[in-house]
Design a protein around this ligand. Structure first.
Ligand code: SF4
Length: 388
């Protein structure tokens, strides 16, 4: 186990004092915490302290399913193993019947949420994407539709020649409930230009989330790490999110996404270690003082690391998940779905109280005679504020 030298210890003490005094950490502080000379255990303990202050002893999860209506995509992000060319045999686009089948399956399995993201299909119009939301909402109105990343919204803006606000309001009118946080990758142009120079740029991503928040749509935010970026780029990314959150308060949760290299154009890169995953989760908790939740996304981290992350700043494991394709195409070896007992067991084993939440962080109450019947109660955040 590495021991911190005197200088590192003194610098870490300064950071600890700032966190305990609820002062904001700077770019330099964040970069320092990525120095391997700073013991992960110390950072984890500090992040855990913040996590317990914000979210008590609870570990959240939800019961959800994924829907990726098409993998055909006009873009060619270097980190993406999911996309397909238009005429590649791997390419698909779901029919209305297939979409409705997924809605039915989700209802039968008690899902509260569908997470809907996919490729930007060369031949599908905005109305095809809009219709997916409308079909699901009309037939399964209780399921919360968390759909379309800022990259897709940017594409719809291009297709319709309408404003971001118009697109979002139109999607809300047919049933969109919130937006996922994908497509953020790494904001700094030194990295973004190497990964995905053509798709929605940093300004567009942030502006779409800003507009969403302004019209009352809650969104999530992410960071894809462990490829060509350095500590500076990660902290710069977190600070850009923190600044937008200061402005709008609309992000509910931050999800650090560990890069999976298999089947991508970056397959020569080694995937981040569990130690790097835990360090990134802990540093995110410390830097993002204005975002309530930090999610350890078990699909990408692996079940064991995600469970451990509950003691390193994370308070949420995401969901039971069905039909995840994007990271499994990139070599994720995690199961495709966790049972409710398994996810609750993982949280309890970590010494946390498992609490089922819905997409917008309200406590879910289930009918004790019929598991598939449920309703949403009060916000868990209001509760956390009164119990911590
Ligand atoms: S990450 Fe999204 S936008 Fe980029 S190639 Fe893959 S599906 Fe297309």
């Amino acid at each position: 186990m590495n021991r911190m030298n005197q200088e590192t210890k003194a610098r870490f003490r300064e950071i600890r004092d700032k966190v305990e005094a609820e002062q904001r950490l700077s770019l330099e502080d964040g970069i320092f915490l990525y120095d391997p000379g700073v013991r992960l255990q110390e950072i984890g303990e500090l992040a855990n302290w913040v996590r317990e202050r914000k979210n008590g002893n609870v570990g959240y999860y939800n019961i959800n399913t994924h829907l990726n209506p098409t993998n055909v995509c006009v873009y060619r992000c270097r980190f993406c193993a999911f996309r397909s060319d238009l005429r590649d045999p791997k390419g698909y686009a779901m029919t209305d019947e297939q979409v409705l089948d997924r809605g039915r399956e989700a209802t039968e399995n008690g899902c509260t949420e569908m997470h809907i993201v996919g490729g930007l299909h060369h031949q599908k119009t905005y109305h095809w994407y809009r219709n997916i939301i409308e079909l699901l909402h009309t037939n399964y109105p209780q399921i919360h539709l968390k759909g379309w990343t800022a990259v897709e919204i940017n594409w719809f803006e291009f297709q319709t020649k309408q404003s971001v606000r118009w697109v979002l309001e139109d999607l809300i009118s047919v049933g969109l409930g919130s937006m996922p946080g994908g497509g953020a990758e790494i904001f700094h142009p030194e990295v973004r230009d190497q990964l995905c120079e053509h798709k929605a740029n940093t300004h567009a991503w942030l502006d779409i989330h800003r507009t969403a928040h302004q019209i009352g749509l809650r969104t999530n935010c992410t960071m894809l790490y462990g490829h060509v970026e350095k500590a500076f780029h990660r902290i710069d990314h977190l600070i850009r999110l923190r600044e937008l959150q200061d402005e709008t308060g609309g992000f509910q949760v931050f999800i650090p996404l560990a890069f999976h290299p298999e089947n991508t154009k970056l397959s020569d890169i080694r995937k981040p270690s569990a130690l790097m995953d835990l360090r990134t989760i802990a540093i995110s908790r410390l830097m993002l003082d204005n975002i309530q939740h930090i999610k350890a996304y078990w699909i990408m981290l692996g079940v064991e690391t995600a469970q451990t992350a509950l003691a390193y700043g994370a308070d949420d494991l995401d969901g039971t998940v069905r039909h995840e394709l994007i990271y499994h195409d990139a070599g994720a070896t995690t199961p495709e779905c966790l049972s409710i007992d398994k996810i609750r067991g993982l949280i309890s084993e970590a010494g946390r109280e498992p609490v089922e939440r819905d997409t917008i962080y309200r406590r879910v109450h289930r009918d004790s005679n019929d598991f598939t019947k449920w309703n949403s109660g009060a916000s868990v955040d209001a509760q956390a504020a009164t119990t911590t």
